[in-house]
Ligand binder design. Structure first.
Ligand code: FES
Length: 168
């Protein structure tokens, strides 16, 4: 009687272990892609320094112009084309200013001179930025537009990643 009870318990334990093992395996196989997704930006940091040819420097004017470029993004087994944009101009000192178009409020795209003649404007909630990319006080954004890493090679402007101002 005692040994039968013992045996029942051990069968139950065996079942528990088996189910725990199978459950654990299933959880691990579900979590693995999530973990990969979570740390993906970290993994991508190695390609963060990648630069892309965007425009001939001779085409850059004092007036901000929007330039788009497409990057092939490989994500595990899925490859897609991702389009990036920048507002680029030369300031009074003839320095190239490549601004990210992503509003620092909630991430909409800003446009040039659609509201005030010399400002960037975000249509989502009326966010405004001066030409320098600094946010206009008392409008929704609370930080300036990011600046792209850039370099000029053989007369062509190459852009890398947008970097928040406090890190520039
Ligand atoms: S997202 Fe630009 S003002 Fe809100």
């Amino acid at each position: 009687m005692m040994s039968e009870k013992k045996q029942q318990v051990s069968r139950r334990q065996f079942l528990n272990y088996t189910l725990t093992g199978v459950g654990g395996f299933m959880a691990a196989s579900m979590l693995a892609p999530m973990v990969r997704f979570a740390i993906d930006p970290v993994l991508k940091a190695s390609s963060a320094s990648e630069m892309h040819a965007v425009v001939e420097v001779s085409e850059i004017t004092k007036e901000p112009q929007r330039f788009d470029w497409t990057v092939e993004q490989v994500d595990a087994w899925y490859t897609s084309d991702v389009t990036h944009s920048a507002w680029v101009y030369k300031n009074e000192k003839d320095e190239i200013i490549p601004l990210s178009p992503v509003c620092k409020h909630l991430g909409c795209q800003v446009n040039w001179a659609t509201n005030e003649p010399d400002e960037f404007y975000c249509p989502c909630h009326g966010g405004r930025y001066y030409k320098s990319g600094e946010n206009v006080p008392n409008t929704p954004p609370n930080a300036p537009l990011d600046l792209y890493e850039f370099e000029v090679r053989d007369g062509t402007l190459f852009l890398g990643q947008p970097v928040p101002r406090q890190e520039v």
